[in-house]
Ligand binder design. Structure first.
Ligand code: FES
Ligand SMILES: [Fe+2]
Length: 322
């Protein structure tokens, strides 16, 4: 397991709840730990993907009578994690040590969250999800061969729009960035009302200057809201630290306008934008985000990134940082 006390006590996403039907069993990976995510009688469970008998992966097994059955010798585990049946010895009560290593589960925004240690709080807020004025549209997860802090810093970075997302979110002829403030608070980072010129910010084909407000809510969760008049487009990006080389970015978009535009079209746009980010983020060296501000060059347009790096340093994040 990747040793990072901050992330060990944080909540991370391992699956989408609506994609786990009763009886489904999936393998997942978090902080270098193989996990099984399954839905049986007791709802969704997240356990270490390991049978205590001979160490086989229980994710290769199946749900039987609401319990999870190991594929190797059929040991059968109830939702509590307790082994309730050993087929080779049906009359013998399984020993108390025959118990899966279970993890706490939260379901929020149709995502399955778990924590590998003692949780220090709850999953981050995304109030738009429950707000009837908004339509929420999930997208991803996007797989990055990069570490979480680089992925989140890219999400918080508006300065790359004119180049990486030319014609989508920016234009090289409008690359200049107005000044803005970024604050490091006790709970994260916030940079309010960053003016950004966009070629087609709301899908009507008209260019406009919009205002982006970025927030880092957790070390590996960030969000923004784009404001144009009364129109709001929000997006939360939740990065799962899979292992030393891989991340998975789960995202939800929420908008209080254009409810008639098919969700598929909006997701396709986001898929394309992410495909533009992917090679850039995967190319960044060092792969670890340098928290020493002398290590890379920073300009005033990088204020959000500076505040994010300072905050990670305050938190003592080890994973993905140098
Ligand atoms: S390893 Fe799972 S039942 Fe033997
Ligand atoms: Fe981008």
């Amino acid at each position: 397991m990747i040793d990072d006390p901050v992330l060990t006590r944080d909540w991370h996403v391992v699956a989408r709840a609506s994609e786990l039907a009763p009886g489904d069993v999936r393998a997942s990976r978090l902080l270098g730990v193989d996990l099984v995510v399954w839905r049986g009688d007791g709802g969704i469970q997240v356990w270490d993907d390991l049978c205590v008998h001979r160490g086989a992966k229980v994710s290769g097994g199946k749900v039987k009578d609401g319990c999870l059955q190991c594929p190797y010798h059929g040991w059968t585990y109830a939702a509590s994690g307790e082994c309730v049946r050993i087929p080779a010895h049906p009359d013998q009560k399984p020993p108390p040590r025959a118990h899966a290593n279970t993890h706490p589960v939260r379901i929020a925004y149709d995502l399955v969250w778990t924590c590998l240690g003692e949780p220090s709080g709850e999953p981050p807020p995304f109030p738009e999800w429950a707000d009837p004025a908004y339509r929420s549209i999930p997208c991803g997860p996007y797989a990055f061969k990069a570490l979480g802090p680089r992925v989140i810093e890219n999400f918080l970075d508006a300065g790359h729009f004119p180049f990486v997302h030319a014609g989508f979110l920016g234009d090289p002829a409008h690359a200049e960035m107005d000044d803005y403030e970024a604050e490091t608070t006790a709970t994260g980072v916030i940079a309010r009302d960053i003016p950004i010129w966009q070629p087609d910010p709301d899908g009507t084909g008209r260019p406009a200057k919009v205002l982006y407000t970025y927030e880092a809510l957790r070390p590996l969760t960030a969000r923004f809201t784009k404001a144009q008049g009364e129109q709001r487009f929000s997006m939360i990006d939740i990065v799962t630290p899979v292992d030393e080389g891989h991340s998975l970015a789960w995202a939800i978009m929420a908008m209080n306008y254009a409810h008639d535009v098919p969700a598929q079209k909006i997701v396709a746009f986001q898929d394309e934008v992410t495909a533009q980010d992917l090679p850039i983020v995967e190319s960044q060296r060092p792969e670890m985000l340098p928290l020493d501000l002398q290590a890379e060059l920073h300009l005033r347009s990088d204020r959000t990134a500076i505040a994010y790096r300072k905050w990670l340093r305050q938190l003592g994040l080890k994973y993905g940082t140098a």
